[in-house]
Design a protein around this ligand. Structure first.
Ligand code: FAD
Length: 287
């Protein structure tokens, strides 16, 4: 198993923020993951996927980081009406593979730069579909290495929120194929064009910083309405293209990011009396 020691966490998040991690483990299969978890016993650790919805603070992380981006990352198995997928499979690879086989309904995952496990933890979604709309079963591993299967109804989910026990982690999902959804040859391309024209997909970000507060107003609408496009703290600024994306220009720190988040949040509260909740997860120590 690959282990990185004293590596920069900025290398492992899409917004490229974070100080040093003592150790980062990349288990490739259940056996390796169980061994890592058991060896950690009571040590502090965190599990991440591709780091596309997380930032680490500039002081780094004083526990062990386990990245699942290599975990069963080739496991995509079709059988009759169901699909079994490993937590480390990238969302885009999964969507492309189904599309190639003319299986419809998973195109929305293309362009979400995370793993299936990370998408399950976030209830990620796009174009009015969320990942938990499609799941029928899932497997969890607990911090003592035990694996259990569950049915969809055993997990309660909301918009970008999943009520997972904090000591359990997603390792596999089973999806159903809805034969009523018609296959459209150009749908992935259409979605990619839409994304590219509305989101700064090639810049360093973690996607949307805030959850949408309600169905009437999106967070980006409120930020734009408050004239906060391009607002900057140090090396982090509000994207001109999509104001719920905060961009790292290469010189940003997590301190800048947190200052910008609180500045924007305070302005939205003052001007619209709306509390914005963060979608991004921030971990680690300040110094
Ligand atoms: C350019 C861009 C576009 C994006 N577009 C979208 C979009 O359209 N829709 C959307 O919903 N999101 C979007 N995102 C955000 C992000 O890609 C998703 O939230 C994604 O699902 C996160 O997956 P990840 O593997 O990167 O998870 P990470 O960011 O590594 O982790 C996210 C959280 O999940 C936890 N976690 C990760 N893996 C597991 C696991 N296996 N078991 C339990 N907990 C776990 C982590 O501890 C962390 O708290 C975008 C991000 C970027 C940078």
């Amino acid at each position: 198993m690959e282990i990185l020691r004293r590596d920069k966490l900025s290398n492992h998040t899409t917004i490229r923020l974070g100080g040093i991690a003592k150790e980062i483990y990349f288990p490739r299969n259940t056996d390796e993951l169980q061994k890592v978890l058991l060896s950690l016993a009571n040590n502090k650790f965190i599990i991440i996927g591709n780091g596309s919805n997380v930032a680490f603070r500039d002081g780094g992380y004083d526990g062990i980081v386990i990245s699942l981006k290599k975990f069963n990352r080739d496991l995509i198995f079709f059988e009759n009406k169901k699909i079994i997928v490993g937590a480390g499979v990238s969302c885009s690879k999964f969507a492309k593979s189904l599309h190639k086989n003319e299986i419809a309904g998973f195109e929305f995952l293309h362009g979400i730069p995370g793993t299936i496990g990370g998408a399950m933890a976030m209830n990620a979604g796009a174009f009015k579909v969320s990942i938990w709309d499609k799941i029928i079963k899932y497997k969890l591993i607990s911090s003592d290495g035990k694996i259990k299967s569950f049915s969809r109804k055993q997990m309660s989910t909301l918009y970008r929120k999943v009520n997972i026990n904090r000591k359990s982690y997603f390792i596999e999902a089973e999806f159903f194929i809805d034969s009523k959804v018609k296959f459209k040859k150009n749908l992935i391309l259409e979605y990619a064009i839409k994304r590219k024209s509305t989101q700064p997909v090639n810049q360093w970000s973690s996607g949307c910083i805030f959850k949408n507060p309600n169905s009437k107003y999106s967070a980006s609408y409120l930020i734009e309405k408050s004239g906060l496009k391009s607002t900057r703290v140090g090396g982090i600024y509000v994207s001109k293209k999509h104001s719920n994306y905060f961009i790292n220009d290469g010189n940003g720190t997590c301190h800048d990011l947190e200052k910008l988040i609180s500045f924007v949040r305070n302005r939205i509260k003052k001007e619209h009396n709306i509390n914005l909740d963060c979608e991004i997860h921030i971990f680690g120590s300040r110094s």
